[in-house]
Design a protein around this ligand. Sequence first.
Ligand code: LMR
Length: 408
Amino acid sequence: MRNLANRAPMLTRTGTKARWLADLPPVASDSLLALIALAEADPRNDKIDVGVGVFRDAVGNTPILKVMKEAERRLLETQATKAYLGSAGDKRFAELLRPILLGPHASDERIAGVQTPGGCGALRLGFELAAEANPNARVLVGTPTWPNHPPIIRSVRLEQIDYPYYERGQGIIRFEDMIAALEGAEPGDIALLHGCCHNPTGADLSEDQWREVVRVVSERGLLPLIDIAYQGFGRGLDEDAFGVRLMLDACDEVIIAQSCDKNFSVYRDRVGCLFVKTGSKGATETAMAHVFQRARVMWSMPPDHGAAAVHIILDDKQLRAEWLIELAAMRDRINAVRQRIAGGDPRLAFIGRQYGMFSMLPLSKEQVLKLREDDAIYMADSGRFNVVGLGDDQIDRFIAAVVEAMDS
Ligand code: LMR
């Protein structure tokens, strides 16, 4: 650095037009967030909001889990300080998640985890790490995908390559296209995969399909980045982690973005975890040093409250057992609503074969908008709807309106 002591530095730049905040271009609003606001603003009493992915019970509420209330009570009574915990956040929280997500890999020292603000924070951090390691990597994305995936990939300046994942008319996965895309990728490219409860389609890979995907990913030398935000909402905690664990069996390098926001029903508290596996303990330590550095410049240290409560639940045998019961009740409701809708019309039968909160209806954007205007039914323009956004007494009206829209 030059020493400019006692002299004002020359800051003049020629040929550069000043730009101001007022020069910023308009931004197309995030469609899901806009949908929440639209549904909220609708004054009709019988409106149905199946937009954003939030679990609702039979009467349309998103209650705080009983175990969460108890954990928060204990937290209130026992928490003695809110001093910083550091970039890694609550280390015990990440440790307690290991057996739930990683299963037999829980004790693998080549896998490290770090608390993040929600699954979205984990995704961003995972992509930051992948881009830092290999800025030339391309990201293979099956479409449709969660609408926030592409902007996150753009934010880390990686190139995105799309392939078709889902055949909406038939409600099936375009598995041959998926395999062809993965087989055509270069070593070091990133395969973005949904661990379970595919968002937005609900169409999960079968165990045989996972075996095939894992084989191609490992043979081609791709870096799998698995987004798993709904573990326990599909078939069960272990069943939903099948793909994650199989990938860990086969690959030395794996990135996993995990979320507790849904399965602990702590959406607004933003509770997630990033897991990173490399081929050696030393390489993982180095990778995690990069992770902490990236976290430091993005959020410095993760928010504590939700993770601290999840920590209390998972560290207490009784609370943990009660959480499993509450989680099973949420899963059972999701699957029961699925079966009711599937039974409503043969064209909706595919919904009964899918998992998690979402499915995608074979509706055009115009039909979706008409449902919004005529029937006060709010779903994403893509036809994605939150199965469990429906209260029990709304299901029949929803089916009737959707069937009418499909016939129109
Ligand atoms: C959703 O897809 O509805 C949720 O993951 C919420 C979100 O942030 O988009």
